[in-house]
Structures are given as structure tokens and as C-alpha cells.
Write a protein that binds this ligand. Structure first.
Ligand code: HEM
Length: 273
């Protein structure tokens, strides 16, 4: 499927552009280092754009590919193990992207870090240890976040994509297409960087793909931050194992979940205006 191959190409562009960005980024002074890259380094803003847009494209491509597979009922072609690991690519991609967002170090990223720490810590038993492992202890610099962004989650995303696509690397044509698309989009859509301290009373927004969860957390207890995504993953994963009425029911639950998520996103965006 062309969409799946292009998505793999976008992952390679994200990794290569991430490697090119790394020398300019400082864990101790994240925002200042990115402000220098954005404003005082020729083509710095563009390189940031290539990285962010290829990564967003990777997430959107993964989602669209999943919908395509469910629509065409081709999920049965994957063995159950590969299917579940392919479904796991979704949270792994989101965690990879979220780490990058936190690495900006601006007011929105600092608020996002605090929320993510709370959500992780609310997981029973291992929550606090997990939060410290993924995000470092409160007050530490962003080195642990960067380590998991560029290391753990990037590697996991690559391994899961490679197994799913049965290829260690994307083909040349998809990579060139993905690169050209990201280069062009980065010239047209500059990626923002906020202030270190937000104006009083401003509603700080998380990354666009988590706005639905942010909106839901305004009304629900903090455990919803991991329970709601887990529910969607379980529902989508189980689709592979059932037929007929049960399949339709699970797909309807996933569609209702997605519609609710979209509604929370729109509501939050309207409140932020
Ligand atoms: C070797 C691998 C990687 C390295 C060294 C790396 C490095 C970086 C650095 C230094 C930043 C901060 C710069 C900025 O915000 O403009 C960043 C941000 C980001 N990264 Fe990566 N990255 C890697 C892989 C990935 C992957 C695999 C993804 C997703 C598929 C990804 C998604 C992002 C996103 C979404 C941002 C935030 C962009 C923004 O909102 O400004 N990165 N990365």
C-alpha cells in the first residue's frame, strides 16, 4: 500500500532531520538553543520545520493507514502478534512526538511536561517510577526526555514499522517523495516557538494531536489520561479477532471514541480563542 510506504519514508526523514537538529539543541537551555536556531541560524527554522512536519506526517500517515486497513478488512493478513505490535505503533509514535514537543522548553512545553508527569504518575504501582524514568525527577533538565525521544521511542517506532512493512528501511521512491513533501511544507508552514513564560490567564495548549485528551482532562480525573487511550487501543486491537456483528460493534465504539475526541479538540480550541 502506497500510504504505508510513504509513512515509512516520513519516519526516515524525521530521524535524519532529528540527527541534523541534535547538535543545535541543549538539554540545559532548550528554549534559548531553539530560539538561536530559529532566528539566528540560516535555514534553522526550515530544518525545524522539516523535522516537525515529517513527524506529524508520519503520525497522520499511520492513522490513515490504520483506517484504510480496517475499512478494506485487510487486518486478517497480519498474524495476531504482528497486528497487536502494529497497533502499538500508535502510542509509540505519539510518545515520540510528545517528547519532541516537550523538548521545546517554552511555556506550553513546560505545562505539557507537568501534565504528562501527573498522568504517568497516576498509573497504579509503577506510575511514579515510570514518570521518573521517562521524564526525569522534577527539576531535572530535559536530557531524559531527549534520550527517550531520540532513542527509545524512535528505535521502537522503527522496529515496529520495519516488522509491519517487512523491510528494514523504506524504499528509495517513498523516501524521496516523503523528503520532497517535507522540504516543501517546511518552507510554507513555519513551526512556532512560544515564550518562556505565558501571559497571565492564557490557556496553554498541548500538541495538536493531544488536544482532545487535554479537553477531556478538564472534566475527567487524571487517570483518564491513560485509560481513554488504552480503551481505544484495546478496541482496535480486538477487531482483528472477531467477525460480523462484533466487528461492527467494536468499529462503532472506535468511531464514537474518535468523534468524542474531535469534539473535545474543537471545544478546547474555541475556549482558547
Ligand atoms: C535520532 C532521532 C531524533 C533526534 C536526534 C531528534 C531530535 C529532536 C530535537 C533536537 C528536537 C527539538 C527541536 C525542535 O523542537 O524544533 C526535536 C523535536 C521534535 N521531534 Fe525529534 N528527533 C528524533 C526523532 C524523532 C522522531 C522519530 C519523531 C517522530 C516520529 C520526532 C518528532 C519530533 C517532534 C514532533 C518534535 C517537536 C517539533 C516542534 O513542535 O517544534 N523526532 N527532535
Amino acid at each position: 500500500m502506497i500510504l504505508g510506504r510513504l509513512t515509512y519514508g516520513l519516519l526516515l526523514v524525521a530521524v535524519l532531520s532529528g540527527l541534523a537538529l541534535a547538535p543545535f539543541w541543549s538539554a540545559a537551555r532548550p528554549l534559548e538553543s531553539l530560539e538561536t536556531l530559529n532566528g539566528a541560524t540560516p535555514w534553522g527554522f526550515w530544518l525545524r520545520g522539516v523535522h516537525a512536519l515529517s513527524s506529524w506526517g508520519f503520525l497522520l500517515g499511520t492513522l490513515a493507514h490504520l483506517v484504510e486497513v480496517l475499512w478494506k478488512k485487510t487486518d486478517g493478513r497480519l498474524s495476531p502478534g504482528v497486528w497487536w505490535r502494529s497497533v502499538a505503533l500508535l502510542p509509540v509514535s505519539i510518545l515520540a512526538l510528545l517528547g519532541g514537543f516537550l523538548m521545546r522548553g517554552d511555556a506550553e512545553a513546560q505545562a505539557g511536561l507537568a501534565v504528562w508527569r501527573e498522568v504517568s504518575a497516576s498509573i497504579p504501582f509503577a506510575g511514579r517510577a515510570l514518570a521518573a524514568l521517562l521524564l526525569g525527577v522534577p527539576g531535572s533538565d530535559l536530557a531524559p526526555v531527549a534520550l527517550h525521544h531520540a532513542g527509545t521511542f524512535t528505535l521502537l517506532a522503527w522496529l515496529l514499522t520495519a516488522e509491519h512493512g517487512r523491510a528494514l528501511a523504506p524504499d528509495l521512491r517513498s523516501t524521496v517523495l516523503a523528503a520532497l513533501g517535507s522540504f516543501a511544507a517546511a518552507g510554507l508552514l513555519p513551526v512556532s516557538l512560544g515564550p518562556a513564560v505565558a501571559p497571565a490567564g492564557a490557556l496553554l495548549l498541548g500538541p495538536w494531536y493531544l488536544l482532545g485528551l487535554q479537553g477531556a482532562l478538564l472534566h475527567l480525573p487524571v487517570v483518564a489520561g491513560w485509560l481513554l487511550p488504552l480503551l481505544l487501543l484495546a478496541v482496535v486491537g480486538l477487531v482483528r479477532h472477531v467477525d460480523g456483528r462484533w466487528r461492527t460493534t467494536l468499529l462503532a465504539v472506535a468511531a464514537a471514541w474518535s468523534a468524542g475526541y474531535l469534539a473535545f479538540t474543537v471545544r478546547l480550541l474555541l475556549a482558547a480563542r
